[in-house]
Design a protein around this ligand. Structure first.
Ligand SMILES: Nc1ncnc2c1ncn2[C@@H]1O[C@H](COP(=O)(O)OP(=O)(O)O)[C@@H](O)[C@H]1O
Ligand SMILES: *[C@@H]1O[C@H](CO)[C@@H](O)[C@H](O)[C@H]1NC(C)=O
Ligand SMILES: *[C@@H]1O[C@H](CO)[C@@H](O)[C@H](O)[C@H]1NC(C)=O
Ligand SMILES: *[C@@H]1O[C@H](CO)[C@@H](O)[C@H](O)[C@H]1NC(C)=O
Length: 680
């Protein structure tokens, strides 16, 4: 319905310089270009608008600026540029713009972004951004004076960055989307002056007038429902001299942009007048808006296009969260498990249980640290059993099968004077051994004053008796010969009745009865090492007897196996006791903390036995079976002769044993668990 054929059609693509030339040419011909230019479209069939982006003219003549494409933008521009500056004084002439628009959101209450009419120096909006920039500007040029853009926005989204007043407003924009003036969409009633709001995205066609008055330099924007006469009071107005804004030659048109919500922006009719009111639009000729989707369909669309993606995203996120949680949990509780372990299944603990039992191996549960690792107290989550968990680091899988087999067979050892090994767990780089918990800790703490109350003589006797019976069990009563290899006060633990229990089987070796003992690394603790063990590395039940002898002396005398006399003078406990035996002053070596409260006969028996067991000649030592008989009083132990003592003493010194011992600090365990994890 083109009422007036535009003047400048052929020059629309020319450069500004030639435009100026042409203008002069036209002036010369007294052809006042654009000074009274006008047009009016009721529908856009057979019009020649320049369209880009998502803009199109529908078959029934609707100008559709956005078509539902996410982040789409569309422009419809009057094909020829217009002269805005007055030819006599260069000020921007009065103009009047009228259009009928409708915004249809496919969801009742959700609309994304709005649309705008504009006057701009160019038809090129390729760098303009969609969404809140309305396809008009971009984040870089928004606010620049050089934009030379005047626009009236019909905005259905409240953008904080542009200080929008709400999500349903009309704004006057000069070079920026931050409106210089804006107002709720709606109109003032002519009769009583009350304001009547209108919803921009109400899906109803509405009229908008944009008028610029040259003398008043005033912009008025007026809105009204379709079919209503133009209200006298504008909805929003602003005072601004567009002479400083608009280029002389400029384009007029519409822009609209979408975010993610399916919205259509339509222009149904458009008229324009330069230096005159915009011609009326023939309302009856306006194209029909497309039928609205049924509310039900809209709800379904909403579900499909909004709720579904959101729900899907939420589902994916939560699945991802659960997966990452599981992965992290798995890593946290990761264990090493080999096929051969199936047979040891019942003895295998899960790391998760041990982790929980010890509250994540919390320092508060730390019982102590030995030569091989830290020991933690724990309560098994399943049966509430109190356990001690020993973490031993190992870095080799070699020999692990044999070691685990050993551990498991040790687990089958059951004796009231052994700390029960309950099972194990393997992880990358570490092995965890689970033992019965011994509430009263290790014996050395009582002997050397870390615990206030020392032990009475009868308690000490009972502990020695207990360890002796444990050793008989290991050496003789079980199906295999078990050599403990690390008998010492700190490996003797006390249960709730203060019974002594031999612990720490990490170092124990198993020998089949009758099989020749193999030579391996020296394992044990300095001060408890039998001379032949230090020389040959061969651990035998008799080297256990030697260590047990030292242990007896330790408990009876309350002295460490290597006594620190002065800064650099160390004396072997055995030698010290021997000296007193020779001098006949045995009472001087009994622990002074007993305050003389001990059974003299028993105490002397202990000293005798201690020396006998720690005899430098393995062949001179009694077996554990004999030791028990001495302890129980069934047999009298042989008298220690001065000759024997001297022999022992000189032997030790001649062997250079002292210097060997002195090279190490006391209570250090030689040999490490690596001899177990890797060395077999
Ligand atoms: N089964 C247990 N019950 C209670 N405490 C234990 C147990 N095993 C070890 N401990 C404590 O942990 C400390 C370190 O143990 P361990 O590593 O065996 O020491 P070491 O290597 O010096 O023999 C011990 O001194 C003891 O106090
Ligand atoms: C529309 O305008 C373009 C250039 O702007 C021109 O090439 C074309 O012939 C015009 N078409 C009509 C139908 O006016
Ligand atoms: C919307 O317009 C764009 C650009 O012209 C086009 O690629 C797209 O297919 C259109 N989408 C619909 C739904 O018509
Ligand atoms: C040993 O443990 C029991 C039980 O925990 C406790 O009652 C007793 O006092 C402890 N004895 C010593 C000497 O600490």
């Amino acid at each position: 319905m083109c009422l007036l054929i535009p003047f400048f059609m052929p020059i629309s693509d020319m450069k500004p310089i030639s435009l100026v030339l042409l203008k002069l040419l036209f002036l010369g011909l007294s052809f006042v270009a654009g000074d009274d230019h006008r047009f009016s479209y009721s529908g856009f069939s057979n019009t020649n608008l320049t369209l880009d982006g998502t803009a199109s003219v529908t078959p029934n003549g609707l100008l559709e600026l956005t078509n539902g494409t996410i982040l789409g933008k569309g422009h419809a521009i009057y094909p020829t540029p217009l002269h805005f500056h007055n030819s006599s004084d260069g000020t921007v002439q009065s103009f009047s713009f009228l259009f009928v628009f409708a915004i249809i959101s496919l969801y009742n209450d959700l609309s994304s972004n709005g649309m705008a009419m504009f006057i701009a120096p160019s038809k090129n909006f390729t760098t303009a951004m969609p969404v809140q920039f309305l396809g008009l500007l971009n984040s870089q040029n928004n606010g620049n004076q050089t934009n030379h853009i005047f626009a009236v926005e019909l905005d259905t989204f409240k953008n904080m960055e542009f200080q929008d007043i709400n999500d349903n407003h009309i704004g006057i924009d000069i070079n920026t989307l931050h409106s210089m003036q804006s107002h709720d969409a709606g109109f003032y009633h002519d009769e009583n002056g009350t304001f009547q709001g209108l919803g921009l995205d109400s899906q109803e066609a509405m009229q908008v007038w944009v008028d610029y008055h040259r003398e008043k330099t005033q912009i008025n924007v007026t809105m009204a429902p379709l079919g209503m006469a133009k209200p006298t009071r504008p909805t929003v107005s602003a005072n601004s001299d567009l002479s400083t804004v608009l280029t002389d030659v400029a384009y007029i048109g519409f822009t609209a942009a979408m975010g993610k919500i399916n919205t259509r922006h339509y222009v149904l009719g458009w008229s324009f007048g330069m230096n005159r009111p915009a011609p009326a639009i023939n309302v009856t000729m306006l194209p029909k808006l497309p039928p609205l989707p049924h509310p039900k369909d809209r709800r379904r669309l909403l579900a499909l296009e909004i709720v579904l993606p959101l729900a899907t995203a939420a589902l994916i996120l939560s699945v991802a969260a659960v997966v990452s949680l599981l992965v992290r949990r798995n890593l946290r509780y990761a264990e090493l498990r080999d096929d051969w372990e199936v047979e040891f299944g019942p003895h295998r603990f899960s790391y998760k249980d041990l982790f929980r039992a010890t509250q994540g191996f919390d320092d508060r549960n730390l019982l102590g640290a030995g030569g091989f690792g830290r020991v933690y107290r724990g309560v098994l989550p399943r049966n509430k059993l109190m356990v001690a968990v020993k973490r031993v680091s190992h870095d080799s899988r070699q020999g692990m099968k044999e070691f685990i087999a050993e551990i498991v067979s040790i687990g089958r050892l059951q004796n009231p004077n052994l700390v029960q090994l309950l099972g194990y767990c393997r992880r990358h780089g570490e092995l965890l051994l689970v033992y019965d918990y011994m509430p009263n800790g290790s014996l050395d703490k009582y002997l050397y004053g870390e615990v206030d109350n020392t032990l009475r003589w009868d308690q000490r006797f009972c502990i020695i008796r207990g360890i002796a019976s444990a050793l008989i069990y290991l050496h003789e009563e079980w199906e295999k010969v078990v050599v403990h290899r690390d008998i010492k006060a700190s490996n003797v633990l006390l249960d709730d009745e203060l019974n002594g229990r031999l612990g720490d089987f990490g170092l124990a070796r198993l020998y089949d009865h009758g099989v020749e003992h193999e030579t391996t690394h020296v394992v044990g603790t300095i001060g408890y090492l039998a001379p032949e063990l230090a020389r040959t590395g061969k651990a035998t039940p008799l080297s256990d007897v030697f260590a047990f002898g030292i242990f007896i002396l330790e408990v009876t005398c309350g002295q460490r196996p290597i006594m620190q006399r002065t800064q650099d003078k160390q004396v072997m406990l055995v030698d010290w006791v021997l000296e007193h035996v020779q001098q006949g002053s045995l009472a001087d070596v009994i622990d002074t903390r007993l305050n003389g409260r001990y059974n003299v006969g028993e105490a002397y028996l202990m000293l005798k036995l201690g020396l006998l067991c720690s005899h430098p000649f393995a062949s001179a030592r009694p077996s554990m079976q004999q030791v028990i008989q001495y302890l129980d009083g069934h047999i009298e132990p042989p008298e220690l002769t001065a000759h024997q003592s001297f022999q022992a003493l000189s032997l030790m010194q001649n062997e250079g044993f002292d210097s060997y011992i002195m090279a190490y600090p006391s209570s250090t365990t030689i040999g490490t668990v690596s001899s177990i994890s890797g060395g077999r």
